[in-house]
Design a protein around this ligand. Structure first.
Ligand SMILES: [Zn+2]
Length: 542
């Protein structure tokens, strides 16, 4: 029998410790939606991680103490909270024990509670094969949830998807209609997508085309697939090696198209795969030399520069469709836009277009107007010293900063000042693209939304153009010298050079990868080999 004194020590509302605990909580009230981590961690480690089941009396105590002890926990959400705390794979028996406890006292677990239970089954499924009985339990819960509501909310859809994919046979295919149901109200979540794609790759009757279609949807919606998705594909290819050359190439092309950085876990799985089938795949860890030279195969990575034709399409689309139809000049008046266009026609082309305000504030905003103006003048001098023709974009109020510095800018560059309310980057991109494919620009802005509005086909081209042409200010030294970040001229994403793929990877998966142009430290140098006809025939026979 469980030591009730121990429970008393941990739980806020149990026995003698209640008063003291409530008193301390009065001073330090938890934020709504979060539990005081120390209490909850203790509950987790001292009870939920040690026990397979609790008696009715104990569950009653746990439940009651949570409702009484935490302002944001009530009779309606306490069951889901409890199942959320025992969510580890090995806690499945305890989670089930809690739901049995609820049923035994005649209460019906709500959708959120059953949904959480499905997630625990899913966690267990990722550690071990589920028994037939466990799978039947999952299907029963899914049926219950779906029978009660004609349309499930997005959360419940996500839970049921996680339940269905944890079962054998073809039940998982029912998850597809739930994904569609989620689309009615919003974009399906990353977790829902990833669970389904992973299953479509690894199911006995896998559906590769479905996986790829959903992967495209995810990437377009800027939801980077979780590592498990790629691992499922690689595990499958480890078993069906005849498919490896085609499917792996497809994966690499996908990663290239969406500039996706895989994690170390995926890179290591690729290396294991190469050890398993050295006649089909070679993989070496590598790093890059200063000019983008692979230290493994000694080849230089592809230059990031885009072709003349790509530049023509990019600037045409940007100038016509994005700037004008999408009205990104919306915070400017039509008169101002026309004045600017005429000014550019008259003074272009430039070698470099500088976002004056962005430069001025890039080493901190708490500077005197004189310092701000001087920084802009120093950046102008940096380019003038290289005989570059420069356009500086700024705001009307900059005139008042420092007569001397603005005079320097005006005598050494073209200067166009907009209304104080305008957005600067549409002007910056317009003048840069209008000047031709060799023109650079100077700004720290990542231009995310502009890249996004170009659509999936032109976005990667825009990003390559941006990487090749964007300069920015790193810092200004004590002596007033500036350190400028120059563009990196080779590609930074997955790509192929003369039959060898180069795959950058990061330490851990991240939902929000940065859009800045940093050189990844770790790379794989991958060589995909076509199987010889003899090998293909040999495999087909076996
Ligand atoms: Zn290489």
């Amino acid at each position: 029998m469980y030591n009730l004194r121990r429970l008393c020590k941990i739980l806020p509302g149990v026995g003698y410790s209640r008063t003291r605990w409530m008193a301390s909580q009065h001073k330090r009230r938890p934020h709504p939606g979060s539990l005081p981590p120390d209490r909850m961690d203790q509950l987790r480690s001292d009870i939920f991680e040690r026990r397979q089941e609790l008696s009715s009396a104990e569950w009653t105590e746990v439940r009651q103490s949570l409702v009484e002890g935490y302002k944001h926990i009530n009779g309606h959400n306490v069951d889901a909270v409890i199942l959320g705390v025992c969510s580890e794979p090995r806690q499945l028996p305890l989670a089930k024990n809690y739901v049995e406890f609820l049923r035994s006292r005649g209460s019906k677990p709500n959708a959120a509670t059953l949904g959480r239970l499905l997630r625990v089954y899913n966690a267990a499924y990722h550690e071990r094969p589920l028994s037939k009985e466990e799978q039947d339990e999952i299907l029963q819960i899914c049926r219950t949830l779906q029978a009660e509501h004609e349309t499930l909310d997005a959360n419940s859809c996500e839970h049921v998807i996680h339940g269905l994919v944890a079962t054998d046979g073809e039940h998982w295919q029912g998850a597809l209609s739930l994904l569609d149901m989620m689309k009615v109200t919003s974009t399906p979540t990353l977790a829902a997508y990833s669970a389904l794609v992973e299953k479509a790759f690894c199911a006995e009757k896998s559906d590769q085309e479905l996986s790829w279609r959903l992967l495209e949807e995810m990437a377009t919606a800027r939801k980077p697939p979780k590592c498990e998705v790629y691992l499922a594909l690689l595990n499958r290819l480890a078993k069906e090696t005849t498919q490896l050359p085609v499917q792996l190439r497809r994966l690499l092309e996908f990663l290239e198209r969406y500039e996706i950085l895989v994690s170390k876990r995926v890179a290591e799985r690729l290396q294991e795969l190469a050890q398993q089938v050295p006649h089909l795949l070679q993989a070496n860890c590598t790093g890059l030399g200063p000019l983008g030279k692979c230290q493994s195969c000694q080849q230089h990575l592809q230059p990031v520069a885009i072709s003349d034709e790509q530049f023509r399409r990019l600037s045409e689309c940007f100038l016509e469709r994005v700037l004008i139809r999408r009205d990104v000049f919306q915070r400017s008046t039509p008169e101002e836009v026309n004045r600017f266009k005429k000014y550019v026609e008259k003074t272009a082309p430039y070698d470099c277009v500088i976002d004056g305000l962005n430069v001025a504030y890039s080493t901190g905003t708490k500077k005197s107007p004189q310092q701000l103006a001087k920084l802009v003048a120093t950046v102008v001098r940096h380019f003038r010293d290289q005989d570059k023709r420069v356009l500086v974009l700024g705001r009307e109020h900059m005139r008042n900063w420092s007569k001397q510095a603005i005079h320097y800018v005006q005598s050494n560059a073209s200067l166009f000042l907009t209304n104080n309310l305008s957005h600067d980057d549409p002007f910056l991109l317009y003048a840069t693209l209008r000047s031709g494919r060799d023109t650079d620009f100077f700004s720290r802005d990542l231009m995310r939304s502009h890249a996004f509005h170009l659509g999936p086909e032109l976005k990667p081209i825009f990003r390559r153009w941006q990487q090749e042409h964007q300069f920015s200010l790193v810092t200004q030294t004590q002596t007033g010298q500036i350190i400028v970040k120059e563009p990196i001229r080779h590609r930074l994403c997955v790509h192929e050079v003369a039959g060898t793929w180069h795959v950058p990877y990061c330490e851990v998966y991240t939902v929000h990868p940065t859009d800045s142009f940093e050189v990844p430290a770790s790379w794989l140098c991958l060589k995909l080999k076509e199987p010889t006809p003899l090998e293909t025939r040999g495999k087909a026979k076996s």
